[in-house]
Design a protein around this ligand. Structure first.
Ligand code: NI
Length: 182
């Protein structure tokens, strides 16, 4: 089932998120719905707060757009993740977000991320990701920490986007997928 994507300005995107218990009812279905919602909206990642759930969960699929100069990407569910460290050179990449349609902007982050997480069987992993995979993971991890990529922009850029962001907050934006506004 395709779920509405919560827009910039909704409280859930800033809410504190809870750890997930393996006994959580409907988790598998929720994850299925997140995949469907993400693909429908042509995203490469989606975090639970974006579909109205304040739980520590996000999904990533960078296999869809694997480039020639890169390994084939990842398709993974991250449950109760914790970023252990970010390393490597800082680099700048233009990010977007399904909760903030039609806005893209340069964000600077370290190139590598070490993250501990559970898969859908609640097996624990600690892995290091880099490049585009790391970038999407960092963006989605921010979501479950209540942080949006626009929070990370330089002050001038943030100022330039203020009007557009207030329009999204007011629901005055057209996305190609269903959204829920504040
Ligand atoms: Ni996002």
């Amino acid at each position: 089932m395709i779920l509405p994507v919560y827009a910039y300005g909704t409280d859930i995107l800033r809410a504190k998120t809870q750890e997930i218990e393996s006994s959580l009812e409907g988790l598998a279905e929720l994850i299925d719905n997140m995949w469907e919602t993400m693909y429908h909206a042509e995203g490469v990642g989606l975090a639970a707060p974006q579909i109205g759930q304040n739980i520590r969960l996000f999904i990533v699929d960078t296999e869809q757009i694997s480039k020639d100069d890169q390994k084939s990407g990842i398709k993974k569910v991250f449950i109760n993740p914790t970023v252990i460290e970010e390393t490597g050179e800082d680099y700048t990449y233009e990010e977007g977000c399904l909760s903030i349609p039609h806005i893209r902007a340069d964000v600077t982050r370290p190139e590598r991320v070490k993250i501990k997480y559970l898969d859908t069987d609640f097996n624990e992993y600690t892995e290091i990701f880099d490049g585009f995979d790391a970038r999407v993971i960092q963006h989605e991890y921010d979501h479950i920490e209540g942080i949006l990529f626009v929070d990370r922009l330089k002050p001038l850029k943030k100022k330039l986007l203020k009007k557009k962001l207030s329009l999204i907050k007011a629901g005055k934006v057209n996305a190609d997928y269903r959204m829920r506004f504040a």
